[in-house]
Design a protein around this ligand. Structure first.
Ligand SMILES: [Zn+2]
Length: 140
């Protein structure tokens, strides 16, 4: 048995069971099918509504994720710009400079640079918390 969602020319939707798809074709050709609401003989298989709404919501979701990614990228660019303007770049000397600043309480310089995972670990053991920022390429 096959269940079909059917629709008449007046947009009435109903379900009907058939022994096979051939039977459905036969009955339609002979106009033996009629709408249960208005008795119209113009019946066709309707596309299942849930399928449409599903694929649509998937697209919406994709759109949102896509937008979010673009947005995220934009924020990261802004963040990078902010850091470049307000922090001193110390490059690979970062962990050394961070210690200098940390132990010299008067020095409130904001710096940024790079560390190796080992350096990071050492610093955090000394109680120096670092903020790791996802760095984006300027031209990306
Ligand atoms: Zn109808």
């Amino acid at each position: 048995m096959i269940k079909y969602n059917l629709k008449c020319q007046n947009d009435h939707e109903f379900e009907s069971w058939f022994s096979s798809s051939e039977e459905f074709e036969k009955l339609t050709k002979r106009k033996l099918l009629e709408c249960i609401y208005c008795s119209s003989k113009k019946i066709h298989k309707s596309i299942m509504a849930p399928m449409i709404s599903n694929s649509k919501s998937k697209n919406d979701e994709f759109e949102i994720i896509n937008k979010d990614l673009k947005n995220q990228n934009y924020k990261l660019h802004k963040l990078r710009k902010y850091i470049e303007e307000n922090f001193d770049y110390v490059g690979k000397d970062f962990s050394k400079r961070v210690r200098e600043i940390y132990y010299d309480k008067k020095n409130k310089k904001a710096i940024y640079g790079t560390t190796t995972p080992e350096e990071r670990e050492e610093l955090s053991e000394e109680g120096i918390d670092l903020l790791s920022i996802p760095w984006v390429d300027k031209d990306n």
